[in-house]
Structure formats: C-alpha cells, structure tokens
Design a protein around this ligand. Structure first.
Ligand SMILES: NC(=O)c1ccc[n+]([C@@H]2O[C@H](COP(=O)([O-])OP(=O)(O)OC[C@H]3O[C@@H](n4cnc5c(N)ncnc54)[C@H](OP(=O)(O)O)[C@@H]3O)[C@@H](O)[C@H]2O)c1
Length: 314
C-alpha cells in the first residue's frame, strides 16, 4: 500500500487487514515513517518510507499517492512485474495517460478489469455521477445536444489530509459553499472522457460543493431526455440487476444510508414544469469507500481472481 497514511490509504489498509484472502505486505508514508497508528476498523499498521520498500514483495500494489506523484510509482511497480490499482487521477481516461488501462468503474468495466495488470480507480465525484448516468448513456436516452447538470456536495475528507486554511473546522462547520466553479473541476476530464466513449452528444456542467461532514457525496443530476420514460426506474433496475453494490430506490438517498459502505444508492424523479422531458438523478456514495478504497478493493479482488465482494462492507 503506497500512501497508506492518507484518508483513502488508511481506509484501504483497514479493509485489507480484515480481508480473508489478502494481507498487507507494506504500508508507506514518509512524514509518519516508523509510526504505528490505529486503523479505522481496528488493528494497527506501522508505516515505512516509500523508498524503503521492495515493490515486488506484494502481488498487487495499491497507490493512494497524490496525483502527479502516483504515476511514477505505478510505473516502478509495473516494471517490477506487480499488478497495480492506482487511486490517483494520473492514469484515468481523459487525463492524458490511460494507455489502455481500464477505468475502474467496476460495474461498467468488469471483464476488462478482471484481466488487467493495472487499473485506474475512478474519482469520487465521477463514481457517483457516472454510475447514475451510465444506463442513460448505454440506452441513448439523453436528448442530443443536451446539457447535463451535475450539482454535487462532498464531505471534507475528499480533499485529503494536507492542511489547508479553508478546510479548518472553523471554516467548514455550519457552512456550505461551492468550489471548483466555472465548469473547471479536474474530475470533469474523466467524466467527459467516459461520456465520449459512450458517444453521447451532451455537455456536462459540474459544480462541486463542500459539505460540513467528514465523508459522503450526494450528486443531484438533471438530465433532459430524448423521450419520456414509461417506467422511471426501469433503465437502472434492468442495467444493475443483481449488482450487490448498487441500490436503486424509490426514496431519495441520504448520506447516512451509504457512509462506511461500498455502495452507490440511486433514485430517479420526473421533473415538472419544463417543456423537454427531464429527470433528476440522485446518487449518494461514501467518497472514501465506493468512491476510493472500497472500489479499489473490488477491482483488486477481480484482478486477483477472488470473489468480487470479499472484504467489502455492503
Ligand atoms: N480522499 C478521497 O475522497 C479520494 C477519493 C478518490 C480518490 N482519491 C485519490 O486517492 C489518492 C489519495 O487521496 P487521499 O485523500 O487519501 O490523500 P492524502 O490524505 O493527502 O494522502 C496522501 C498519501 O500519500 C503520501 N504522500 C504524499 N506525497 C507523497 C510523495 N511525494 N511521495 C510519497 N508519498 C507521498 C502521504 O503521506 P506522506 O505525506 O507522509 O508521505 C499520504 O500517505 C489521491 O490521488 C486522491 O486524488 C481520494
């Protein structure tokens, strides 16, 4: 595990320690090198420096390093013949370096992931938005030329551990604000790239917000349709039938239903008072679980030939 002291890294260490088929070969962190810490679900881990590990001591390396740093370590691991799940943005589609590496939205790319040497784990916001939108893309249900509006809010762990003034408790608590506005957030790259892969003729408009909670993302997505839906939930229930980690519900999702769980919970509503048939999708995930560590483990299970759900909190 590279980047084990970060929010995503700690979560993954914790999942691995409780996994029946895996054990932790090493856990790196440079500023906390040599320290032993307690993990979120119990157990302890002692960090070693990134330069102290032999990458080929592991069958598979998870990289939860910051983007910009991760790609180099992924390349080293691959050169050592080790499989990799990269949690950073570096190798994701739309980020210039995907090189045939599957985009790890597990439920959409399962067969590619199963045989992959390296998987680019998706971003947290894109996981919540794209799993909700995919059935519409696949069935050509979105109006041609439409603007798909994704308004999403995330808890503060989405920003990682690095200290920042604007993320101090006093700045975040009892507050709510947008950031990354003007349709310029870096997660748009991968969302646009997947949209293009599906051949969908749409513009994505994405506005993230900072929620005064530790974890969780709720995305509200407004979608003009090519034609009205006869059964509102049918595209999702059909596409995701039998999927253990995707919950399609009549009721609107809430963060407390998904935090600490490796699930996405999706609801759909018809929008009234507009001329174009339009729906709203509501999609909730835990950014550290289905949006990061949980999905990474789901992908690793597939790559290692283990049952996909092993060690994952459903
Ligand atoms: N947080 C989320 O919700 C989330 C969701 C999806 C994907 N991700 C992605 O997952 C990755 C990790 O995110 P995070 O939020 O867990 O980050 P984080 O909390 O900032 O942790 C980063 C980790 O990388 C280590 N690190 C930082 N700079 C390093 C360097 N130059 N060389 C070696 N190690 C270094 C840090 O430890 P030291 O500084 O002590 O070395 C720490 O262990 C990021 O790429 C992020 O984009 C995060």
């Amino acid at each position: 595990m590279l980047g084990a002291s970060g929010y995503a890294g700690r979560e993954l260490c914790s999942l691995i320690q409780r996994h029946d088929g895996l054990s932790l070969a090493f856990a790196t962190a440079n500023s906390q090198r040599g320290e032993t810490v307690e993990l979120p679900r119990g157990g302890r881990v002692t960090f070693v420096g990134t330069n102290e590990v032999r990458l080929d001591a592991a069958a598979l390396v998870f990289s939860a390093l910051p983007h910009g740093t991760s790609a180099e370590w992924v390349a080293r691991a691959r050169a050592a013949g080790v499989r990799v799940v990269d949690l950073s943005a570096d190798l994701r589609i739309g980020n210039g370096a995907s090189d045939g590496i599957p985009y790890g939205l597990t439920e959409l790319r399962r067969e590619q992931i199963r045989s992959a040497e390296c998987v680019a784990n998706p971003g947290c916001y894109p996981t919540s938005a794209l799993l909700a939108l995919a059935p519409l893309f696949e069935q050509g249900l979105i109006a041609s030329g439409a603007q798909v509006n994704i308004s999403a809010a995330s808890g503060v762990t989405g920003a990682g551990l690095s200290p920042r003034l604007d993320l101090l408790f006093g700045e975040v608590t009892e507050n709510f604000r947008a950031y990354g506005v003007e349709n310029a957030h870096r997660h748009l790259n991968e969302m646009r790239a997947l949209t293009t892969e599906y051949g969908a003729d749409v513009d994505l408009l994405f506005t993230p917000h900072l929620l005064p909670v530790a974890r969780g993302i709720l995305s509200t997505i407004t979608v003009p349709l090519a034609r009205p839906l006869t059964d509102l939930l049918d595209p999702w229930r059909t596409r995701y039938a039998g999927e253990r980690f995707i919950e399609i519900e009549q009721a609107l999702p809430e963060l407390r239903q998904v935090t600490h769980r490796n699930v996405v919970r999706i609801a759909v509503r018809q929008v009234g008072g507009v001329r174009t048939p339009t729906i709203q999708l509501f999609s909730a995930i835990d950014n550290l679980m289905k949006g990061a560590a949980g999905q990474a483990l789901q992908n690793a299970n597939l790559m290692l030939g283990l049952p996909e759900a092993t060690g994952l909190p459903a």
